[in-house]
Design a protein around this ligand. Structure first.
Ligand code: UDX
Ligand code: UDX
Ligand code: ADP
Length: 465
C-alpha cells in the first residue's frame, strides 16, 4: 500500500494553485509543495499581501493565508520537490499547438513531456504521477513510456485526475465537487494508487462522489465534459440569433427549455461567445483526435461548436459597426469587462479580445474598464493576435481604473463580462456623459433593457428581438 506524506505539484497556475491549496487545507498532515519554473509567479504566490496572489479567485486568499507555511509551500526548486514527493501532480499548461503538425488544433504536449523527463531523471523512489492538466486520450501511455524508459528503474503508477473547477468559482467547486474522477491502471498496483489519491479527497468529499475508471475513460471524460458544456453555450447562442430576427426572447426560451429536467437549466445563458482556457482548446483537441482516427463526421459535429462561437463574436462586433451608422472610425467605444467571465482576472480566449480587434480594424478607439485586468494584460492579449504593431494597439486600446472615465464621451458601450458591479453603475449619469444617440450593446444580458431605454439609451441585448 502507498503511504502519502509529501505531495508535489508541477505548475502553479489557475489549476495547480487553488487545487493544492484546498488539498493542503483538508490534509494538514501532508506536506504539499507547488513548484513552477516561473520565479515571478512563485514570488507572487509567496506574497504577504493576498491581493498580490497571481490569480484572483473568491475565497482563495483566506485559504492560502491559513495553510501557506504550515503544510503548503510554493517554490522554484522543482528537482527537490519531485525527489521528496510520494505523489506528483502534473498541472502545467497544454495550449493548442501553434506550429507544425496539428497546428491550431492539437494540444501541445511539450511541457508535459519535459515534466515527465524531469520526473524520470530525478526520482530515486517509486512515485504516483497524477495528470491534472487536460490531456488528449492516451497521453498517460506516453508519460508512462518516458518514465519507464528514461528513469532510474523505480516504479511509476500513472493516474488521470482531471480537474473540473471553473474559474471564478474554483474554491467552491473544489470544496463541493459534483464528482472527483480518478482513472488508473486496471491492476493491483493501479488500484492501490487510485486508493491513495482517493484517500486525500475523502478528507472532505463523500465517497460516493469519487469515481474510479480506467485511464482512457478518465482522460476522454474531461474533454467530453467541456465539449458538452461548450456545446450548450453554442446551442443557446445559435437560438439567440434566431430570437433576434423572430421577436422571441432568448431568456424566456432558456427558462422554458431549462425547466425540462432532461435538459436542465444551467449553461443556457446566451452571450457574446464563450472564452476561457479550456472550451476552445479541448474541442479543437477532440476534433483533432477524431480526425486522426479517421472519424470525419464526429470531427465535423464538434467543430461546429467552435464555428458557432466564432460567428457569435463576429456578429456582435458587426452589430456595433452597422448600428453606429456603418462607421466606428475614430469613435470612442467603451468596453465594460475584458475577462472571459466574471470573478476572474483570466483573459485567455476572452471574446473581448476578438471584438476589440475587429473594432480596432475599423479604426475605433477602445476604452476598457475591467475590475481585475491590467492594461498590460489587455495589450498582451491583442498583440498575441499578431494583426498589427504593438504601437498601434497601444494607441487604440486604453484601460481605465474605473467605469465612468472609460465611458465619458463614448459613442457606445459594449458589455463583455458580466461583472456584478456593472449592473449597479449610475446609468443616468452615464447617459449624461455620452455622445448621443447613446448606444449600449449588452453582450451578457445583464442590464435592464427597458430601464435603460427609459433613460434614453438605444439598447441592443443579445437574443432579444
Ligand atoms: C420526444 C420528446 O421527448 C417529447 O418531449 C416530445 O413531446 C416529443 O418528442 P418521443 O419522441 O416520444 O418524445 O421519445 P423520446 O424519449 O424523446 O425519444 C426519442 C428518440 O431518441 C427515441 O428513438 C429514443 O430511443 C432516442 N433516445 C433518447 C436515445 O437514443 N438516447 C437517449 O438518451 C434518449
Ligand atoms: C470550464 C468548465 O466549466 C470547467 O468544468 C473546466 O474544468 C474548465 O472549463 P471555465 O472555462 O473556468 O470552466 O468557465 P465556465 O464557467 O465553464 O465558462 C466558460 C465560458 O462560457 C465563459 O466565457 C462563460 O462566460 C461562457 N458561458 C458559460 C456562457 O456564455 N453561457 C453560459 O451559460 C455559461
Ligand atoms: P492552468 O490553467 O492549466 O493551470 P497555467 O498556464 O495557469 O495553466 O499554469 C501552468 C503553469 O505551469 C505555469 O505557471 C508554467 O510556468 C508552469 N510550467 C510549465 N512547464 C513547467 C515545467 N516544466 N516545470 C515547472 N513548471 C512549469
Amino acid at each position: 500500500m502507498y503511504k502519502i506524506q509529501k505531495i508535489c505539484c508541477i505548475g502553479a497556475g489557475y489549476v495547480g494553485g487553488p487545487t493544492m491549496s484546498v488539498i493542503a487545507q483538508k490534509n494538514p498532515h501532508i506536506q504539499v509543495t507547488v513548484v513552477d519554473v516561473n520565479q515571478q509567479r512563485i514570488n507572487a504566490w509567496n506574497s504577504q499581501n493576498m491581493d498580490e496572489l497571481p490569480i484572483y479567485e473568491p475565497g482563495l486568499g483566506e485559504i492560502v493565508s491559513q495553510v501557506r507555511g504550515r503544510n503548503l509551500f510554493f517554490d522554484t526548486d522543482v528537482d527537490r520537490a519531485i525527489e521528496e514527493a510520494d505523489m506528483i501532480f502534473i498541472s502545467v499548461n497544454t495550449p493548442t499547438k501553434t506550429y507544425g503538425k496539428g497546428k491550431g488544433m492539437a494540444a501541445d504536449l511539450k511541457y508535459i513531456e519535459l515534466c515527465a523527463r524531469q520526473i524520470a531523471r530525478v526520482s530515486k523512489s517509486s512515485k504516483i504521477v497524477v495528470e491534472k492538466s487536460t490531456l488528449p486520450v492516451r497521453t498517460a501511455q506516453a508519460i508512462k513510456r518516458i518514465l519507464d524508459q528514461t528513469g532510474n528503474g523505480v516504479e511509476f503508477q500513472i493516474l488521470s485526475n482531471p480537474e473540473f473547477l471553473a474559474e471564478g468559482t474554483a474554491i467552491k467547486d473544489l470544496l463541493e465537487p459534483d464528482r472527483v474522477l480518478i482513472g488508473g491502471a486496471e491492476t493491483e498496483r493501479g488500484n492501490e494508487a487510485i486508493e491513495a489519491l482517493a484517500s486525500l479527497y475523502r478528507a472532505w468529499v463523500p465517497s460516493d462522489r469519487i469515481l474510479a475508471t480506467n485511464v482512457w475513460s478518465s482522460e476522454l471524460s474531461k474533454l467530453t465534459a467541456n465539449a458538452f458544456l461548450a456545446q450548450r453555450v453554442s446551442s443557446i447562442n445559435a437560438i439567440s440569433e434566431l430570437c433576434e430576427v423572430s421577436g422571441a426572447n432568448v431568456n424566456e426560451v432558456a427558462r422554458a427549455i431549462g425547466t425540462d429536467t432532461r435538459i436542465g437549466n444551467r449553461f443556457l445563458k446566451a452571450s457574446v461567445g464563450f472564452g476561457g482556457s479550456c472550451f476552445q482548446k479541448d474541442i479543437l483537441n477532440l476534433v483533432y483526435i477524431a480526425q486522426s482516427y479517421g472519424l470525419d463526421e464526429v470531427a465535423q459535429y464538434w467543430e461546429q461548436v467552435i464555428i458557432m462561437n466564432d460567428h457569435q463574436k463576429k456578429r456582435f462586433s458587426e452589430k456595433i459597426v452597422t448600428t453606429l451608422f456603418n462607421t466606428v472610425s475614430d469613435k470612442k467605444i467603451a468596453f465594460l469587462g475584458w475577462a472571459f467571465k466574471k470573478d476572474t482576472n483570466d483573459t485567455r480566449e476572452s471574446a473581448a479580445i476578438y471584438i476589440a480587434n475587429e473594432l480596432i480594424e475599423e479604426q475605433a478607439s477602445v476604452h476598457v474598464y475591467d475590475p481585475k485586468v491590467t492594461q498590460m494584460q489587455m495589450l498582451a492579449d491583442l498583440d498575441y493576435l499578431n494583426v498589427r504593431s504593438c504601437d498601434i494597439n497601444s494607441e487604440r486600446l486604453i484601460a481605465h481604473q474605473e467605469a465612468y472615465s472609460a465611458i465619458e464621451g463614448a459613442h457606445a458601450i459594449a458589455v463583455l463580462t458580466e461583472w456584478d458591479e456593472f449592473v449597479c453603475l449610475d446609468w443616468k449619469r452615464i447617459y449624461q456623459q455620452m455622445q448621443k444617440p447613446a448606444f449600449v450593446f449588452d453582450g451578457r444580458g445583464i442590464l435592464d433593457q427597458k430601464e435603460l431605454e427609459n433613460i434614453g439609451f438605444e439598447v441592443y441585448t443579445i437574443g432579444i428581438g
